[in-house]
Design a protein around this ligand. Structure first.
Ligand SMILES: [Zn+2]
Length: 430
C-alpha cells in the first residue's frame, strides 16, 4: 500500500533529478536567511553553484546551537505573515528552537505522516488514538493532520488520564495507538490492572524517545499489537521523517523530502552505507525554515538501497547520541551498544558502569556489570563462564577487548534522569 507511489519508489536518475531540483530550491530558500548568507559566503558557494548532488558536501553544517542563537525568528525564510503555525523544541537546555510552517509546509508534513501510516497498512477503516502531547510539541498535531488526511477516525486523546484512555480504546474500538514507548508501557500496566483486554488494538506506532528491541517485544505481547518505530524532530517538520515499513528492518527516510548523510562526528567526513555515524539531514521541501546539512546528533547508519516493500533509502534505528560517543583506541564506541549487548543476556542486569583509563599510552575500558539475582549463585565456575560470555559478546559488538567485572545485584549507582554511566579517567592520568 502506497500513499504516493511515484515518490516513495523513485530510484536512480529519476530520484536524483527530484533531489537535485529540490536541493537547488532549498539552497535558494536558505540564502534568504542572514545566517546562511554569511555561512555560504564563508564557504565560497552561491545557490547557483549547486550543479550536482555531490555539491552538497561544499555546504556548511548547521548545528543545534546555531538555531538556538537565531531565537525566535532568525531562521525564517519567509515573512511572518506567510507563517501559519509555529512549534518549538522542548528547550530543556536554554532557549528552545522555534520552527515556522507555511501552509504548504503543513500540507507536505501531513503527506509524509500519511505515507508512514499507509505504509504499515492503516486506512480509513482504522480508529487512531493519538496519545502524544498536543501543543508546541510537534508530535500530537503532526500525527493528527496525517491520520486525518488518510481519513482515519482520529481520537485526539493526547497524554494523561490513563484510565480514561483505556476506556476510550475499548469504547471506540481503537485499532491503532500512537504514543511514546514509555507511555505505551504505562498504558499496558494500567490496562492489566483494570483487566481491560484491548481486543480491537492491533497496531502501535512509537517515537520521540529511544527504545530497545526488548521493549518492542514486551509492548507487542502486553498490548497485543505490532509495534513500529517512528523518527523525526521539530527541525524536520516533526515526526514522520523516518518510519518502519512492515519489514521492520530499518526506517524509511523519505528520500524525496530529506537528503541524508552519515558522517564521522569527530571529523565531519562522510561515511558509506553500513558505517555507523551521525545523521545529517538536509530537508528538501521546507519553505518557512529551510536547513542545510543539519547535524542531528543522532547515531545511526544507512542501509544499502532496496527493501522488500519496494521503497528506497533506509536508516537503522537510532543507536545513541554523538555527544555520548567515546573514542577508545581510535574506535568509536557508544554506551548504547554496551547496553544492547547486556540487555540480550539474561545472566546480567541492565545496570553497568564504564571506566576508561590510559595505561602505558593504551586506552583500557573496564565495565562493571551487575549480575541478575536469579543467576547469582556465588559459584566461582559460573561467574567465570558468565564473565567470558559477556566479554566475548562485547568484543564482537564493539570490536574491542574490554575488562568485565561482575558485581553483586544492587551495588552500582542508580541515576535519576540522564544516567552518567561513563567515567573517563584518561585525562587524569599522567
Ligand atoms: Zn520497506
Amino acid at each position: 500500500m502506497f500513499w504516493n507511489r511515484e515518490m516513495e519508489t523513485a530510484t536512480g536518475a529519476e530520484l536524483e533529478r527530484i533531489q537535485l531540483k529540490r536541493l537547488k530550491w532549498t539552497v535558494k530558500q536558505a540564502s534568504k536567511i542572514g545566517f546562511y548568507q554569511k555561512q555560504l559566503a564563508k564557504a565560497g558557494i552561491a545557490p547557483d553553484d549547486i550543479a550536482s548532488l555531490d555539491d552538497i558536501e561544499r555546504l556548511p553544517f548547521t548545528k543545534k546551537q546555531d538555531l538556538r542563537e537565531g531565537y525566535p525568528f532568525g531562521f525564517l525564510a519567509v515573512p511572518k505573515r506567510e507563517v501559519v503555525r509555529i512549534h518549538t523544541t522542548s528547550g530543556t537546555t536554554g532557549k528552545p528552537t522555534v520552527v515556522g510552517y507555511t501552509r504548504g509546509d503543513i500540507e507536505r508534513w501531513a503527506e509524509l505522516i500519511a505515507r508512514d501510516l499507509t505504509m504499515i497498512g492503516l486506512s480509513e477503516d482504522d480508529v487512531f488514538q493519538n496519545a502524544l502531547g498536543y501543543g508546541l510539541f510537534t508530535g500530537g498535531l503532526g500525527f493528527h493532520y496525517g491520520a486525518e488526511l488518510i481519513g482515519m477516525t482520529v481520537v485526539p486523546s493526547a497524554t494523561g488520564n490513563t484510565r480514561r484512555q483505556i476506556e476510550m480504546i475499548e469504547d471506540f474500538g481503537v485499532t491503532a495507538i500512537n504514543s511514546t514507548p514509555s507511555y505505551a508501557m504505562h498504558l499496558a500496566e494500567v490496562a492489566e490492572e483494570m483487566g481491560a483486554g484491548l481486543e480491537t488494538l492491533r497496531v502501535g506506532t512509537f517515537g520521540a524517545e529511544p527504545w530497545s528491541g526488548s521493549m518492542r517485544k514486551e509492548l507487542e505481547s502486553r498490548l497485543g499489537i505490532t509495534a513500529y518505530d517512528s523518527y523525526g524532530m521539530s527541525e524536520m517538520f516533526g515526526p514522520g521523517a523516518g518510519f518502519e515499513c512492515q519489514e521492520r528492518d530499518g526506517l524509511h527516510f523519505w528520500h524525496d523530502s530529506y537528503y541524508v548523510e552519515i558522517i564521522d562526528p569527530a571529523t565531519g567526513e562522510r561515511l558509506g552505507p553500513g558505517e555507523r555515524g551521525e545523521l545529517v539531514v538536509t530537508p528538501l521541501v521546507k519553505e518557512a525554515m529551510p536547513l542545510l546539512r543539519y547535524r542531528t546528533g543522532d547515531i545511526t547508519m544507512l542501509y544499502e538501497d532496496g527493501c522488500a516493500c519496494g521503497r528506497g533509502q533506509k536508516i537503522a534505528r537510532i543507536m545513541g547520541r554523538s555527544d555520548d560517543m567515546l573514542v577508545i583506541r581510535g574506535i568509536n564506541v557508544f554506551p548504547s551498544q554496551i547496553e544492547h549487548v547486556l540487555l540480550a543476556m539474561p545472566e546480567v542486569g541492565e545496570q553497568f558502569m564504564v571506566y576508561i583509563d590510559r595505561i602505558h599510552h593504551l586506552d583500557e575500558m573496564t565495565i562493571d556489570v551487575e549480575m541478575n539475582r536469579d543467576y547469582f549463585s556465588g559459584e566461582l565456575k559460573d561467574l567465570d563462564r558468565i564473565q567470558a560470555k559477556v566479554t566475548g559478546a562485547l568484543r564482537e559488538t564493539l570490536g574491542l577487548r574490554t575488562r568485565v567485572n561482575l558485581v553483586e545485584p544492587g551495588t552500582l549507582p542508580r541515576f535519576e534522569g540522564k544516567a552518567r554511566r561513563v567515567v573517563d579517567r584518561r585525562k587524569e592520568v599522567w
